[in-house]
Design a binder for this molecule. Sequence first.
Ligand SMILES: NC(=O)c1ccc[n+]([C@@H]2O[C@H](COP(=O)([O-])OP(=O)(O)OC[C@H]3O[C@@H](n4cnc5c(N)ncnc54)[C@H](OP(=O)(O)O)[C@@H]3O)[C@@H](O)[C@H]2O)c1
Length: 285
Amino acid sequence: MKLLEAKPVADKMKQDLSKRVESFTRRTGVKPKLAVVLVGDDPASVIYTSKKGKAAEALAMEHLTARFSEDASPFEVHQKIQELNQDPSVHGILIQRPLPKAFKEEEVLYWVTPEKDVDAFHPLNVGRLSLGLKEGFTPCTPAGVMEILKFYEIDIAGKNAVIIGRSAIVGKPMATLLLQNDATVMQCHRRTCALPEITHKADLLIVAAGKHHLIDKSFVKKGAIVIDVGIHRTPEGKVEGDVNPAGLEQVAAAYTPVPGGVGPMTIALLLSNTLRAAERLSRSI
Ligand SMILES: NC(=O)c1ccc[n+]([C@@H]2O[C@H](COP(=O)([O-])OP(=O)(O)OC[C@H]3O[C@@H](n4cnc5c(N)ncnc54)[C@H](OP(=O)(O)O)[C@@H]3O)[C@@H](O)[C@H]2O)c1
């Protein structure tokens, strides 16, 4: 079983990005800048936000964190985001999730202007992706999966792809991207009946259920490629996925390990979207 590690893919992307950032900054005198809006003290969110900032610095990009306490009102956070939307020195804006309960996701989705929506959550960008229009952004995690497949020269045209999960951030855009690349796509969720029968049809099995070790080798067709998007911290402090890798090598042809598979791609794609936003915004001035 081939291990589809993200590191060489993310390293290659970062090398390319670094050259593009340098040329953009030379041409415009401006550094691409990412703003992260962080509400509350969720420990994982604090770590992810800091990682994003460090990754931006490593590529000579700028970043800022607009930090609010857990009890901040949606009104004051929205006002700050409107300020960032107007700020010409900011090119990409990301709202770190999860947000406290006082925030209504169906409203928050509209807050970041589509031109700076590097997480690709705004309904306009969701629609653009679904229609295959180039001017939108692609959500970072599914885009990262596509980069892994491309890097390891895994041709998905005509293959049966099964996705477990239908969230707006991973499952749905993943299905759109695979379909646009000519896979035959089936999407599963909690109400799916006979899950193993469906996963046994998968040449490419993408698991994004958010359930620790939901899938084991008994779900996997011989020769399948298994992509594990899940991230879980066990009580012992280990990071594990939605797929239990025990004995997987007896059936799968390739697998993205956790940690080290899909996870490291997400930040690389976020910075790539931020640079694209900066390039587009500089053209529109
Ligand atoms: N690597 C990264 O950078 C990255 C980025 C984002 C997310 N993640 C990880 O990816 C996982 C999924 O994230 P998410 O945001 O998409 O999660 P989510 O919003 O909780 O969605 C989970 C999806 O899985 C489905 N599901 C749950 N249990 C299932 C089961 N037993 N059988 C079939 N389907 C089931 C749900 O079905 P229903 O729709 O019917 O409820 C839902 O569509 C999480 O572990 C998350 O931490 C990783």
